[in-house]
Design a protein around this ligand. Structure first.
Ligand code: HEM
Length: 328
């Protein structure tokens, strides 16, 4: 691609990006943020893990064609959405919490608050409600008119990923090594499936042996949780305090007690190791870097046209190809 064309594409993307700002709904839906937080609180009481599951949506939405709630669209006969993509199938959960937020918002200010903004507010609330930092989010995003399973498959990293692959992936979104390490700290809350770690327990990189960086008593614990031939949908905690957002995740990595390969690799690789060490010793440094990373990730936009969906799972009726067909 010629540099001129690249510059043109960049200009186009910048020209069509929607401006985002903190007070976006102050006139049109002044209670929007309160409503989101209340629903998240209730969800947390019902099931503590659900807020972690909702927080994960921000990553899986924003990396695939920007933060546009494409992730939330159900498949249709003409569109394979992202819910069944490799990293999401049998894994993403708690979509019902977003549905509940949307229903509450539609009662008070119909057709006003985008599902893309709900994801951003809810992710922030998940962290704050779990004892992590609280911050101001920029709002004003539009919801996509489509979703792409293929794009998600091509972009989202596998739990087998190593730090060098992750550094490159994050760099392609203008996210630094510091952002990568801090954002991985989101694994301070939530759980993962045995499915995501079987290879590292029994056949790391095709060696027929476990990942040598796993501390031995922790490996025994994981072997018991995830035996060969066992149910791979069984889940384990991503760190030793899975409902508290804190820097214990990083202390665990230093001790060789990371759950995912993509977590432990951040300590193994020299490029990322210093940040793991810093965050393991200084929780405030982790919180500050995490907030900065979440805001940067929340700024990702595709520049494509959008709408305010009334139901986060489906595109508004007047855009659906089947209706266009029926009308003609
Ligand atoms: C750096 C690359 C990352 C990789 C490779 C990765 C991979 C994974 C995997 C494999 C799981 C467990 C899924 C399962 O076994 O079903 C998981 C869970 C989770 N991820 Fe990540 N992740 C990454 C970054 C992030 C980021 C940036 C965030 C949010 C800012 C995030 C938030 C979460 C949360 C909260 C969970 C737990 C969800 C739950 O309990 O339902 N992850 N991640």
């Amino acid at each position: 691609m010629s540099p001129l064309y690249t510059a043109f594409l960049l200009l186009m993307a910048m020209a069509s990006a929607t401006p985002l700002w903190p007070g976006f709904y102050s006139e049109t839906c002044s209670d929007a943020e309160l409503i989101v937080r209340e629903v998240m609180k209730k969800a947390m009481i019902r099931e503590p893990r659900s807020v972690a599951s909702v927080m994960r949506f921000q990553f899986h939405d924003c990396f695939v064609n920007g933060c546009d709630a494409s992730l939330l669209l159900d498949d249709t006969p003409t569109m394979l959405g992202e819910k069944l993509a490799l990293s999401n199938i049998n894994s993403l959960r708690s979509f019902d919490v977003v549905d509940e937020v949307k229903e509450e918002l539609e009662k008070v200010c119909p057709g006003t608050v985008s599902c893309a903004d709900i994801i951003i507010m809810a992710a922030r609330d998940a962290v704050a409600l779990s004892g992590g930092p609280d911050w101001e989010v920029k709002l004003g995003r539009k919801d996509s008119l489509t979703a792409s399973q293929e794009d998600s498959d091509n972009i989202m990293p596998s739990p087998r990923a190593n730090a060098s692959l992750l550094i490159d992936l994050f760099a392609s979104f203008d996210l630094s090594i510091k952002d990568l390490v801090a954002l991985s700290g989101s694994h301070s809350i939530g759980q993962g499936r045995c499915f995501s770690i079987m290879f590292r327990l029994y056949n790391q990189s095709g060696t027929g042996k476990p990942d040598p960086t796993i501390e031995s008593s922790f490996r025994e614990k994981l072997d018991n949780l995830c035996p060969v031939g066992g149910n791979e949908n069984v889940t384990g905690d991503l760190d030793s305090t899975p409902i508290v957002f804190d820097n214990i995740y990083f202390k665990d990595l230093v001790a060789g007690r990371g759950f995912l390969n993509s977590d432990q690799t951040l300590y193994t690789f020299p490029e990322t190791r210093d940040y793991v060490e810093l965050f393991s010793k200084d929780q405030q440094a982790f919180f500050d870097a995490f907030v900065e990373g979440m805001i940067k990730m929340g700024d990702l936009q595709s520049g494509r046209p959008g709408e305010i969906r009334t139901n986060c799972r489906v595109v508004n009726t007047h855009h659906r190809p089947v209706d266009v067909l029926l009308e003609t």
